[in-house]
Design a protein around this ligand. Structure first.
Ligand SMILES: Cc1cc2nc3c(=O)[nH]c(=O)nc-3n(C[C@H](O)[C@H](O)[C@H](O)COP(=O)(O)OP(=O)(O)OC[C@H]3O[C@@H](n4cnc5c(N)ncnc54)[C@H](O)[C@@H]3O)c2cc1C
Length: 460
């Protein structure tokens, strides 16, 4: 066996800087640096399009530093095993992830590898190791604010710069990027990607640009029509082109003015913390009883929602923004999620799956968290009885219908007040409202009562 030889596996940490596990691997004499595409661990087509470009830029950056990125496709544990055996490495490094699937894949490796091979997971993707943050009763937090306060008090590691002392092992067979089959070559995909610049370089640039506007976050964050409403950093964070540690480090001299935005970055951390501590939430609500919340399976409603043809302009605008750009403003994500769950009474899992398919920033933990928050079954979630009224949401956050008109050009010449109220729109080629919000709201509340009664019955 080659002495002092390592293998590093990229996952959702597609960056050279602040990648402690990569640096550790490169501190050995020789190193294999690999990305394994495991179809089980992938998002949908939109995030695959992003991944394709991101990997291509990552592999260029590595090549400039004399390192070949080995690409493989298959089950994560199998491919790691193959690479480790072929290159006869004695250390395997990766950055720990909250993903239950990836955790179990790496867990399974222990039993199958030669016992001389050291498996070394590193805390390189999050602000602080998840095990260290507990309530006074030694259980994981389920409420954000005390979690946030605890996290703030804890020391954080400093971002580390890329360091290479190893000779890259490049004799191993590698697939080409195209052989990974991530790109769809469909027109919509090329058009969607026009909105974005993946890769570590652009992630850093986007962060630096956004920080100039961070002080106005509190006043702009709920106005989706603004050119700069929020940072749009989420796809970079979700693919790990930049780390939350790097984000916090950039904000170090402006703590007070950046606090509202920093809290949002910590919401992401909280979502990963919860998935880590409660891996079952990838399958069922954190509040388990919500798995039996009464739902209706109405494919026609679901299709209208997916296509942005519900006749509720703020909902349709959001769903069309998602389709065209792979991204949707957070305020609008909350509105469309509430609409699917509480106006259409569809299973929240249907919405979760559609977002997984269509978001460039698809992030398992944040998506699960967002959908469970909206359905009332998650941690610190919005109570089910809080039902967003699409009309008042649009009136408050898009009063001139600027955002709506941008995504629903059929309504360009309609009066903003009519758009907001979904009235007098028959003259435009736009669907009538698919349902009556007031009636469905009452129905949702009746379903909630039925649900509560069924829980009481179970208790007695
Ligand atoms: C139903 C639903 C599903 C969601 N699915 C995802 C998802 O798959 N991937 C994803 O990255 N975000 C998801 N979010 C969270 C949030 O909508 C996006 O992170 C945010 O809109 C990204 O825009 P931004 O980068 O401009 O955010 P900013 O407002 O600039 O915030 C900065 C960063 O903080 C994090 N963040 C902000 N808000 C949240 C939040 N509510 N929860 C978790 N992290 C947050 C993101 O990483 C974001 O990039 C979801 C929210 C909802 C309601």
């Amino acid at each position: 066996m080659a002495k002092n030889s390592s293998l590093f596996i990229f996952q959702k940490d597609l960056r050279l800087d602040d990648n402690p596990a990569l640096n550790m691997a490169l501190s050995h004499e020789t190193a294999v640096i690999a990305y394994i595409l495991d179809p089980q661990a992938l998002g949908g087509q939109a995030s695959c399009e992003w991944l394709h470009v991101s990997l291509s830029r990552l592999s260029e950056s590595l090549a400039e530093r004399g390192i070949k990125l080995i690409l493989a496709k298959g089950r994560l544990s199998e491919e790691v095993l193959k690479l480790a055996r072929e290159a006869a490495v004695d250390h395997i490094y990766w950055n720990r992830s909250s993903s239950p699937y990836q955790r179990s894949e790496f867990q399974g490796l222990k039993k199958r590898l030669n016992q001389n091979v050291k498996l070394i997971p590193i805390d390189g993707c999050y602000l602080h190791p998840f095990e260290d943050i507990k309530t006074q009763s030694d259980s994981p937090y389920k409420v954000f604010t005390p979690y946030f306060n605890s996290l703030l008090k804890l020391p954080k590691r400093k971002p580390v710069a890329f360091q290479n002392g190893a000779k890259s092992i490049d004799r191993l067979a590698s697939l080409s990027l195209d052989e990974l089959g991530l790109r769809s070559k469909k027109k919509w995909a090329a058009s969607m990607m026009k909105s974005w610049q993946p890769g570590e370089f652009h992630a850093k640039k986007a962060l630096k640009e956004y920080i100039k506007h961070v002080e106005s976050y509190e006043s702009s964050r709920n106005t989706p029509c603004l050119e700069i409403s929020t940072s749009k950093l989420s796809p970079h964070l979700s693919h790990g082109e930049i780390s939350p540690i790097q984000v916090l480090h950039e904000l170090r001299d402006m703590r007070s003015t950046s606090l509202p935005w920093m809290r949002q970055v910590v919401w992401r951390e909280f979502a990963h913390y919860l998935l880590w501590h409660f891996p079952n939430t990838s399958l069922e609500p954190l509040k388990k009883e919500y798995a039996s919340f009464p739902v209706e399976l109405n494919p026609a409603f679901f299709e209208a929602w997916q296509k942005g043809l519900t006749g509720f302009p703020i909902v349709d605008a959001g769903m069309r923004e998602l389709w065209h750009t792979g991204w949707m403003h957070n305020r609008v994500r909350m509105i469309v999620a509430s609409f699917l769950i509480k106006d259409m009474h569809l299973p929240y899992k249907w919405g979760e799956a559609w977002f997984k398919d269509t978001l460039v920033d698809y992030d398992e933990a944040s998506n699960i968290f967002g959908w469970q928050w909206s359905s009332g079954g998650g941690a610190d979630s919005q109570p089910y009885y809080r039902i967003f009224n699409p009309e008042s949401q649009a009136a408050t956050y898009d009063p001139d219908a600027t955002y709506i008109k941008n995504w629903i050009p059929e309504l360009e010449n309609a009066n903003p007040k009519d758009i907001i109220r979904s009235v007098n729109l028959e003259v435009f080629p736009y669907p009538k409202p698919i349902l009556h919000h007031g009636k469905e709201r009452l129905k949702a509340l009746a379903l909630l009562e039925r649900f509560k009664k069924s829980l009481n019955k179970m208790e007695f």
